[in-house]
Design a protein around this ligand. Structure first.
Ligand code: MG
Length: 384
């Protein structure tokens, strides 16, 4: 039996994780739930799963839960609350699904405390990947990637002799603007950018999918997770999102990982690894006709992908700078303060405008993150 803390329980990964839990009540138990602002859904989840430790974004919402829950769990709030959830003595597995670099400290603490951490928070890996490895090594924690492409790579690379590898590819759906001409992409609206063709996800990652920044962050994530260099990693656009990753060998042949595009699959894989349990969705069907297409990405129309490779090459704090700038730019775009094409411009300006230093500590990474946010916010204000 695995005893879970789910950070970000009301988001799309969190709710999918709870569906997996519901399908395996004898193998998965919920000890702790943490959410940000959605107190109504958190309350509902608490009543169903009865976690003994609960955390929410604000003190006010913690008090609200205290009066509105039909039982009395331990109640926490804010960043300290996230730590309380992962450090609860009964927790052995953490699903880290908080969006953005705010999830960094709790992910690190969980690894340092020897937990299995199923990481859906790609920012934690992009920004502080080396530090996450260190924490896992120091505390005996285990890092498993929930992101579909990385769960696919985990399956393809598990036990593989790396010397046989020539390259590693992750696929990209291409997002809603895959076949749009440049001038139309440049003028895209929030509504158009939020209309993702194959995945239903939160707003931040959906915008990142439209700019291909999401794929860029995933390239960095793959480099960190699997110890790969920028020249070993590539992206292939595959609009059907059925092949999630592929590895190429020196003899020119490839292995691909295939499954339905449902996040419950990689979540379940991470929770049960190295076991395989039935479900949570029907097995991939080869009894129907299917068409898969593949094409190279166009870096001119999707410059954010190129920026991510540049940040990976620069190393050190460069991925943290890019990630922070992008969080600010996407937020400003969603608020109507920036145009779609400004996102890449803001990211580029921040990456070029700030010094890159080697990664030494979490505090230093968070400093770089803050510096990049200030720079990007200044850029947004100047633009508005
Ligand atoms: Mg992904």
């Amino acid at each position: 039996m695995r005893h879970l803390a789910i950070l970000g329980s009301t988001g799309s990964i969190g709710t999918s994780t709870l569906e997996v839990v519901r399908a395996h009540p004898e193998r998965l138990g919920v000890v702790a739930l943490a959410a940000g602002r959605n107190r109504d859904l958190l309350k509902e989840q608490c009543e169903t799963f009865r976690p003994r430790c609960v955390s929410v974004g604000s003190q006010e919402d913690a008090a609200w839960l205290r009066t509105n829950l039909s039982y009395r769990p331990e109640l926490h709030w804010g960043n300290q609350g996230l730590l309380a959830c992962v450090l609860d003595a009964a927790v052995d597995t953490v699903v880290a699904a908080i969006v953005g670099s705010v999830g960094l400290a709790s992910t690190e603490a969980a690894l340092r405390a020897g937990r299995r951490v199923c990481v859906a928070n790609k920012e934690a890996l992009v920004v502080g990947g080396a530090l996450m490895h260190e924490a896992a090594l120091a505390g005996g924690g285990e890092l498993l990637p929930v992101d579909s492409e990385h769960a696919a790579l985990h399956q393809l690379l598990d036990g593989r002799d790396r010397a046989t590898l020539r390259e590693v590819r992750i696929t990209a759906s291409g997002g809603p603007f895959r076949d749009w001409p440049l001038d139309r992409i440049q003028a895209a609206t929030v509504e158009q950018a939020l209309n993702h063709p194959t995945w239903k996800m939160g707003p931040k990652i959906t915008i990142d999918s439209a700019t291909l920044m999401n794929k860029g962050l995933e390239v960095i994530e793959a480099a960190v997770l699997f110890g790969l260099g920028p020249d070993q990693l590539s992206v292939t656009v595959h609009p059907q999102s059925q092949v999630h990753a592929m590895v190429g060998f020196h003899d020119g042949s490839y292995q691909l990982q295939v499954c339905a595009n449902d996040m419950k699959l990689p979540i379940q894989y991470c929770l049960f690894h190295p076991d395989r349990q039935p479900g949570p969705v029907p097995a991939y069907s080869w009894d129907q006709a299917r068409t898969w297409t593949f094409e190279p990405p166009d870096l001119e129309r999707f410059p954010c992908l190129g920026l991510a490779f540049a940040a990976l090459r620069a190393g050190g704090t460069a991925p943290a700078l890019l990630n922070a700038a992008n969080e600010v730019a996407v937020e400003a775009f969603l608020q109507g303060r920036l145009g779609f094409w400004d996102i890449q411009a803001c990211n580029q300006d921040t990456l070029a405008g700030l010094p890159v230093t080697p990664l030494a500590s979490l505090a230093q990474v968070l400093d770089a993150d803050q510096a990049a946010r200030r720079h990007a916010e200044g850029w947004v204000r100047a633009r508005a």
